[in-house]
Design a protein around this ligand. Structure first.
Ligand SMILES: Cc1cc2nc3c(=O)[nH]c(=O)nc-3n(C[C@H](O)[C@H](O)[C@H](O)COP(=O)(O)OP(=O)(O)OC[C@H]3O[C@@H](n4cnc5c(N)ncnc54)[C@H](O)[C@@H]3O)c2cc1C
Length: 374
């Protein structure tokens, strides 16, 4: 795999974290090439690989209080190492990382010691249902989960169309609206809770190996012990930069592979590919710039300055746009060999659009920047 600077692998992270990234890369290189076609076409969920990444420490590097330092860069580097082979898998890593990030960024110390530890090692798997609230908080759609306060917890109702990295014994972070007083509350919901059901009724053009379900919540009781923040206002500000920055790992891994594909076809096709507008050197330079920017932002995820938040949004926007550009360029460079049903270039192109549409999507990011200007 082409090494394009990899600031997040080398200069910016500690020795232990670099070991974790190397281990994740070794596991990914060994396990994913033979699985990636089945993940893409059959929707295979690589559960054993996800657990192996957890064993290697992939999900613990960025967790406040769990790792020696909060090393978002290492978490992003590990996600990218897997993403060099498969975006489905690196998205599942992001889901897992986000769940851990929610628990460890909260004041719920008991939950950190119990579920948090298990998420950090991959013993417990899960994800995040924050697309809807992230759109709600930025004026795009209505909140989908509503709850009533009852003795010892909340009774929650609603339907979430897509939540990934789930299974009967998995967990996800969710936000629900509560009346009296009107506010938003965030909690972890175990999929095994009575009233929670998962429906696997959508086929996607890519990312089908992510165990993405529609989650129906019918009067599920969520105890206070699973609450992360009530109300969420300050907490969302605390977690939002990490939530967004971690997604860069998906983009970086995919872009590296697109560059590698373009380099690989240079020998047979370089005499004609050199006439294409976008060349791998340009993408590699762009990637190195994005890696440097993200590494700097990832060093201070709890910064409260509005200029910092704006830079995070800009970095995320660049990552989505560069993913689509790199995959489109790889498709043109590979030509027919990338267009066959088993071709990597066409898979990467389908995958790349996910980076640009998963929340916060390109359109939301552009809205957020436009809103900031007023
Ligand atoms: C493979 C996959 C995995 C995802 N995993 C997660 C996850 O783990 N957690 C999470 O919170 N979100 C997840 N999402 C949702 C994702 O983050 C975005 O919210 C979603 O792609 C739509 O974002 P958008 O900004 O483009 O919204 P828009 O598409 O502009 O609008 C979304 C609205 O359209 C509705 N809608 C969605 N699909 C359809 C349809 N087929 N027909 C009609 N209306 C529709 C939605 O209900 C919603 O109200 C996933 C999406 C995909 C495709």
């Amino acid at each position: 795999m082409l090494d394009t600077g990899l600031l997040l692998d080398k200069g910016e992270t500690g020795v232990a974290a670099r070991g974790v990234i190397d281990d994740v890369r070794a596991i990914a290189a060994r396990e994913l090439p033979s699985l990636v076609h089945r993940i893409d076409v059959e929707g295979l969920y690589p559960e054993a690989v996800m657990r192996a990444f957890g064993h290697a420490g992939a999900y613990a590097q960025h967790l406040p209080g769990e790792s020696e330092q909060i090393d978002l860069g290492a978490a992003i580097g590990a996600m990218a190492a897997a993403g060099e082979y498969c975006l489905s898998t690196s998205f599942c890593i992001w889901c897992q990382d986000a769940l851990g990030w929610y628990v460890y960024s909260s004041d719920n110390d008991a939950l950190k010691q119990t579920l948090g530890r298990r998420v950090a090692t991959g013993a417990a798997l899960g994800g995040t249902a924050l697309s809807n609230p992230m759109k709600t908080f930025f004026g795009i759609e209505q909140i989908r989960l509503k709850a009533k306060r009852v003795d010892g917890g909340f009774v929650v109702r609603g339907l979430l169309p897509y939540v990934s990295n789930l299974g009967p014994d998995h967990y996800f972070g969710a936000v629900f609206e509560v009346e009296e007083p009107k506010r938003y509350v965030m909690a972890v919901i175990p999929c095994a809770t009575g009233g929670v059901s998962l429906a696997d009724n959508t086929r996607f053009v890519a990312l089908d190996g992510t165990r993405t379900y529609a989650v129906q919540v019918r009067d599920a009781f969520i105890p206070d012990a699973l609450v992360l923040a009530d109300p969420v206002d300050d907490y969302i500000k605390r977690i939002r930069a990490g939530f967004v920055l971690l997604q860069a790992g998906m983009a970086f891994g995919l872009i590296r592979d697109c560059i590698a594909m373009m380099e690989q076809v240079k020998a047979p096709l370089g005499h004609v590919n050199k006439y294409l507008d976008v060349q791998p050197e340009e993408i590699a330079a762009k990637l190195a710039g994005m890696e440097k920017a993200v590494a700097a932002l990832a060093a201070t995820p709890f910064e409260t300055d509005s200029g910092y938040w704006r830079a995070v949004i800009e970095a995320r926007l660049a990552a989505g746009e560069a993913s689509v550009q790199a995959a489109s360029a790889a498709m043109l460079h590979c030509g027919a060999r990338g267009y066959v049903a088993t071709g990597a270039a066409q898979r990467r192109l389908r995958e790349a659009y996910f980076v640009a549409i998963v929340t916060p999507a390109t359109k939301q990011l552009k809205k957020m920047l436009a809103d900031m200007a007023h």
